[in-house]
Design a binder for this molecule. Structure first.
Ligand code: CA
Ligand code: CA
Length: 566
């Protein structure tokens, strides 16, 4: 009953407490644990009330991104159940609550939380009391936590004698912008004397930059920057050296001397034992001068057998490596070779599994180095030195054959696969039905037609030759037989011969793969003879007639001679 009454009372007693507690502004300091940073808490508001409101709001507070705030909530007595109480913070548009809240369920009298502001803006802090517990006193305090940090740097780690040096001191605060703050800069020389003391205000970014000339004294110098914030002194120091250095750096490269097949980096490594390396410079193929700090290590991107790299380093006091190093013959080839393959001189048919391959390949950058072959595009011969021809064995068995070739360049890039096709035909043609017209003897000067049926199932008949000789005199005449589509036979005529001539002939058939078949009547040749001009019975009669004619003409002649003599 009492609780409900209190809740009702609280519900209608929503406190508008904006700006309440503002008068409680103040500063609480906490000692920095580190030398170059300190945290300082500034109280932004304080509010105290005895009956918990439904909702309590803080005043507007401008906070930067990354600002740290701390909220401390005190109750006058320990309470066991505060889980419905919630602190939240929101941007100036209070309806746009961020999903950041601290629900308190601790059995304690103090809630102490730190938050980091996510976005720059004007912020409220609000207590929402859902349960309306009656506690004698609530105290709510909001602090901003300023973390100041100081840093000093020299523009170089190593200077040469009497060089101009630049020191930069920077103060940062992650909870509020820096306004001008006083910074003391001091430099101690190697012999312990103080050579510079400057007290100046920083700019709005918290920076103080001092440029001065170093004395002629080798060794290590120390720069110290110091500032005091609300009684807290923070400082930072940095060392730099004035080096006794007359020796330039030495720069080495890691190129392996080999062909590379993709763009690659040559790493330059420089050493300087005195003041240290300030920068390494280089020029690729006589191009623009570049440096490793800005442009990274040199890249070789031009396909060539002779890229060049000129490189050198400079140390921290300006000694330059002279003469510059020049690396030549840097090899890059990204392009595989191209080529072609032919079986024989581009044969369509072959009559043996042993063939000669004819090869062409080119590679513009590193050159063709090797080749290998395959009958099935899976199992490959060993790599051999490239040659324009090579003996090769096809897979046995008549039929279509393919030979595959690949070529490798000197950078070990392998070409596409090239191939050549040929028909393997190891089977000789077939000869049937050698015949002639007339079938038996020929008359003197009568031509004789020879006919033959020649076929080849593999590559086909290329040509059919009739070869004949007369009277076994050792001289053979060859005639190309022509195909007669009407009869399906090859035919050729032997010219007419003199009487009593004996003609021997044979037929040779070649297929397109070069296989030969001879039909020669089992080595006996085909034979026909030319009959005599007259029959044997007519011959004696002819002789008698000729003799009689001779006698008659002989008598008449002697008579004439006799008359002349008279
Ligand atoms: Ca040096
Ligand atoms: Ca190539």
């Amino acid at each position: 009953m009492v609780e409900n009454l209190l809740k009702s009372l609280a519900l209608i007693t929503t406190f508008a407490i904006l700006f309440a507690g503002l008068l409680a502004h103040g500063s609480a300091l906490s000692l920095a644990m580190t030398k170059n940073a300190t945290s300082i808490e500034t109280q932004l508001f304080f509010y105290s009330f005895s009956i918990p409101p439904r909702q309590a709001w803080s005043p507007f507070t401008e906070l930067a991104t990354g600002s740290n705030v701390r909220i401390v909530f005190n109750a006058s007595e320990q309470i066991s159940f505060f889980c419905q109480n919630s602190w939240e913070y929101a941007q100036s548009n209070a309806s746009n609550w961020l999903n950041v809240s601290a629900h308190w369920s601790e059995n304690a009298t103090v809630l102490d939380r730190n938050y980091t502001i996510p976005t720059t803006g004007t912020w409220y802090f609000s207590l929402v009391n859902y349960e309306y517990y009656s506690i004698d006193i609530y105290n709510v305090t909001l602090y901003r936590i300023d973390t100041y940090e100081i840093r000093v740097e020299s523009n170089k780690q190593n200077y040469s004698m009497a060089e101009q040096a630049t020191l930069t001191a920077t103060i940062q605060n992650n909870s509020a912008p820096i306004s001008s703050m006083n910074v003391s800069l001091q430099v101690t020389a190697p012999n312990g004397t103080t050579i510079l003391v400057q007290n100046n205000l920083t700019d709005a970014q918290g920076q103080l930059i001092i440029t001065f000339y170093l004395p002629e004294q080798y060794g290590q110098y120390t720069a110290t920057a110091q500032t005091t914030i609300l009684g807290q002194t923070i400082e930072d120091s940095a060392n730099f050296t004035v080096a006794n250095d007359t020796t330039p750096p030495i720069t080495n490269n890691d190129y392996d001397g080999k062909w590379h097949t993709s763009n690659f980096t040559i790493t330059l490594t420089a050493t300087d034992n005195e003041s240290g390396v300030a920068e390494t410079y280089y020029r690729v193929n006589n191009g623009q001068t570049q440096n490793v700090s800005t442009n990274d290590q040199p890249q070789i991107t031009l396909e060539s057998a002779n890229n060049t790299l000129e490189y050198w380093s400079v140390d921290n006091v300006g000694n330059e490596e002279l003469p510059h190093n020049v690396l030549t013959g840097i090899k890059l080839d990204r392009t595989p070779p191209t080529g072609s393959i032919f079986i024989g001189g581009n044969l369509t048919y072959v009559n043996s599994t042993s063939v000669i391959l004819t090869l062409f390949a080119s590679d513009a950058v590193s050159g063709v180095a090797q080749m290998h072959f395959s009958n099935d595009n899976m199992t490959w011969s060993d790599w051999d030195a490239f040659n324009s021809s090579r003996n090769w064995s096809l897979v046995s068995g008549d039929g279509p054959k393919t030979v595959y070739a690949q070529f490798m360049d000197n950078a070990a890039l392998v070409s596409d696969t090239y191939s050549a096709n040929a028909m393997l035909d190891t089977t000789a043609p077939v000869i049937e039905n050698v015949s002639r017209i007339p079938e038996n003897e020929a008359q003197p000067m009568q031509g004789t037609k020879i006919l033959v049926n020649a076929t080849d199932a593999g590559s086909g008949v290329k040509n059919v030759i009739l070869s004949y000789t007369m009277n076994s005199n050792g001289s053979w005449f060859d005639f190309q037989m022509s195909f007669n589509p009407a009869t399906g036979l090859y035919e050729c005529s032997v010219p007419g011969q003199q009487a009593n001539t004996q003609v021997e002939y044979r037929i040779l058939v070649y297929d397109k793969a070069g296989n030969k078949k001879i039909a020669d009547n089992q080595g006996q040749y085909y034979v026909y003879t030319v009959v005599p001009e007259f029959s044997p019975l007519q011959t004696p009669l002819l002789f008698i007639m000729m003799t009689l004619l001779a006698v008659v003409f002989g008598i008449r002649a002697s008579c004439k001679r006799r008359k002349l003599a008279i």
